[in-house]
Design a protein around this ligand. Structure first.
Ligand SMILES: *[C@@H]1O[C@H](CO)[C@@H](O)[C@H](O)[C@H]1NC(C)=O
Ligand SMILES: *[C@@H]1O[C@H](CO)[C@@H](O)[C@H](O)[C@H]1NC(C)=O
Ligand SMILES: *[C@@H]1O[C@H](CO)[C@@H](O)[C@H](O)[C@H]1NC(C)=O
Ligand SMILES: *[C@@H]1O[C@H](CO)[C@@H](O)[C@H](O)[C@H]1NC(C)=O
Ligand SMILES: *[C@@H]1O[C@H](CO)[C@@H](O)[C@H](O)[C@H]1NC(C)=O
Ligand SMILES: *[C@@H]1O[C@H](CO)[C@@H](O)[C@H](O)[C@H]1NC(C)=O
Length: 476
């Protein structure tokens, strides 16, 4: 039973001593859903399950009859909804009570040279199983699970033999009852423990680092022990992106954050500014936040082109010094762009340098000037139709002339034009794409439904319900 509850956790926790930059919360609602789905799976598994043979001897006063109960199959299983709760600040407790099973099989006896046989029906009533597991964290930051206690009690067993001289062994039904009850009771807990160990094995085998694309990987080990209270389980994860080629620590640290209670959703994921900024730093330190822009990249319809004549509008001396030459811009981030989350919005500020060159017909580049571009964007994000949508607006863009080889000039005109180009050309295109939405990644075992996104000071939360995909969840 319990392992199936943890199915919910295994796809969350793929996942040292520092503040977690991401947090995953499983609420009681999520726990109960996981249990319900798990109970269904177990019932499916129990149907038509074949039990191991039971052999023994029964003393019939004139000697011993050797018997075998074989081919015992579960024909019907009444599996009551188990209960599960967060327990003891460290784990879960699950209890199943009143489980009843009907079984059928073959009996065979041997008494001296006399062989006999037939069929039997068996009913096992009122099986109660209680299991407590503890969650922890291993030295590599994997979630770990251990069985703390297990109790199994079988209420009663009834058995009816048919065929052959079944009336003889039917008289010893008490013997069989005791034997089967004892065998069941001593087998249930080892089976439970075994499936918990299997689950632990799966957890240990899981990666806590994932390549996100060719550039970044995401590091997700647990930063501390799972925190459990009566209403939720909270996993703190490192949540840091690194450049695959140049993995270095960024010059900033994750700040602690407290996620609000969201008991109406099965789970919530909190992502701090740090996580996004580590991704930004990863791209920056991999040297990817730079681009060369030449005139071929400017849409033909644009009123401004990248040549000294066209730029003469903003820099009158330019076409006089370098008439009719094409230009090229080397654009690069001065430092990693910074994200900040505020109530209801995510802001991005980027400091960019632009070096402008004129290109002689023989391809020689002549440096012209260097501009600093300080830009601030404001974005909103939300879920609609299970896709993430967003819109980005320009807050402010400020140009400064940092150095020049062509003499001083005013940047106001350029600044206005750049701001206008952003507003009428770049952002509408971007917002068109964001409006179409970004599909959430589909996990192997589950799908998120009813997701909502909230921005808070320093972090954002995605709260969601999950739908387990049954056909995929059958793993041992
Ligand atoms: C279990 O056995 C019954 C009867 O043999 C069969 O109808 C049913 O499809 C089986 N169920 C599964 C899950 O194999
Ligand atoms: C409760 O947790 C502690 C460790 O945190 C453990 O020592 C104790 O055995 C647990 N109690 C039960 C009933 O599992
Ligand atoms: C874990 O990561 C390694 C190396 O990146 C990869 O080879 C392996 O397939 C991954 N294992 C799983 C279970 O994803
Ligand atoms: C420079 O751009 C203008 C449009 O602004 C265009 O008419 C002109 O042909 C361009 N000159 C060169 C050399 O590409
Ligand atoms: C390219 O042409 C310019 C002027 O047209 C000249 O000053 C420069 O020396 C030339 N460079 C090379 C590498 O030929
Ligand atoms: C844009 O930034 C400049 C310089 O930082 C500032 O003077 C101006 O007020 C800002 N404009 C807006 C609309 O925030």
């Amino acid at each position: 039973m319990l392992p199936s509850v943890i199915v919910v956790l295994t796809f969350l926790s793929c996942a040292s001593g520092e503040n977690p930059a991401m947090q995953v919360i499983l609420t009681n609602k999520g726990l109960q859903y996981g249990k319900h789905a798990g109970a269904g799976l177990i019932q499916d598994k129990l149907e038509n399950m074949t039990l191991p043979d039971i052999t023994g001897d029964v003393d019939i006063k004139i000697g011993k009859v050797h018997y075998t109960l074989t081919g015992t199959t579960i024909t019907k299983c009444d599996f009551p909804e188990p209960s599960v709760e967060f327990f003891n600040a460290t784990g879960f407790k699950t209890s199943t009570s009143g489980l009843s099973v009907a079984l059928a099989g073959e009996w065979r006896t041997r008494f001296g040279i006399i062989h006999d046989g037939g069929s039997f029906n068996m009913a096992i009533f009122s099986v109660d199983v209680t299991s407590v597991v503890q969650l922890g964290r291993d030295s590599n930051g994997h979630l770990s699970i251990t069985s703390m206690s297990c109790d199994a009690v079988v209420g009663d067993v009834d058995i009816q033999f048919h065929g052959g001289a079944s009336w003889i062994i039917q008289r010893f039904v008490h013997h069989f009852k005791g034997k089967i009850k004892g065998k069941m009771e001593s087998n249930i807990c080892p089976a439970v423990t075994e499936s918990i160990e299997k689950l632990e094995f799966h957890l240990q085998a899981m990666n806590v680092s994932f390549d996100v694309n060719e550039v970044l990987y995401l590091d997700l080990p647990l930063t501390g022990l799972p925190l459990i209270d009566a209403s939720r389980l909270n996993l703190g994860l490192k949540g840091e992106f690194y450049s695959i080629k140049t993995p270095t620590e960024p010059p900033f640290k994750p700040q602690p954050f407290t996620m609000p209670e969201q008991p109406a959703y099965m789970l919530s994921v909190g992502v701090s500014e740090f996580t996004l900024n580590s991704a930004s730093f990863g791209y920056y330190s991999a040297g990817l936040l730079q681009v060369l822009i030449d005139d071929s990249m400017i849409p033909p319809s644009s009123p401004v082109h990248l040549n000294t004549t066209s730029m003469g509008v903003f820099i009158p001396q330019l076409p006089k010094k370098f008439p009719d030459l094409l230009m090229k811009l080397q654009v690069y981030a001065k430092e990693a762009p910074l994200f900040s989350f505020q109530s209801g919005a995510a802001k991005l500020s980027a400091q960019i340098d632009v070096k402008a060159f004129a290109i002689e017909p023989n391809s020689t580049q002549i440096p012209l000037f260097k501009l600093g571009v300080d830009s601030k964007f404001n974005s909103k994000w939300w879920f609609a139709d299970e896709t993430l949508k967003g819109s980005v607006a320009l807050d402010n863009i400020t140009l400064t002339l940092e150095s020049t080889e062509v003499g001083d000039f005013k940047v106001d005109g350029l600044q206005k034009t750049l701001s206008m180009a952003m507003k009428v050309a770049v952002l509408p295109k971007l917002n068109g794409e964001l409006g179409k939405g970004i599909a959430l990644p589909r996990m192997k075992h589950a799908q998120l439904v009813n997701s909502v996104l909230k921005m808070e000071e320093g972090f954002m939360t995605v709260s969601s319900d999950a739908k387990l995909l049954m056909e995929d969840t059958r793993f041992n």
